[in-house]
Design a binder for this molecule. Sequence first.
Ligand SMILES: [Zn+2]
Length: 162
Amino acid sequence: MPEVTHKPLTVNFTPGGIREMRGLVMHVQEGENSLHDRFSDPAVECSSHFWVAQSGEIEQYVSAHDRAWAQAAGNPSWLSVETSGFARRPLTAQQVASVARIYAWGMAQHGWPLASASTPLGRGFGIHSMGGRDWGGHACPGSLRSAQTGEILSAVREMYPR
Ligand SMILES: [Zn+2]
């Protein structure tokens, strides 16, 4: 994605591993600093395409053509964004705007619909927990951030020319 900080990983992803483009899945970091170093540790065996700081800065770790390791069985079909901070706190306004920027880019570049997804077979803007056990059985990104999906899609609607 243009105009973001590119910090490509050398481990913890599958080159060329995206098979279809269903949309974007949001995660919560449960931490605050850049995930580049953590995702560069081969022992961690996880990664995401994007990370959004509480300031709104965006880092991209994995190309949209490659499979990040963020949501188990959902990895071949979905891009992923980690959001800095904790599930007990909502996304900052800057994070909402930046996640929306990523989503608007995906609509233009990859044909994602302006809609939320609620199951792994849907398309659109989704959350990690929608995948249930097949996606690792996580509560991520928690109820506060999940409830901001509508706010994010409203911001996308304002950015995305019809
Ligand atoms: Zn997650």
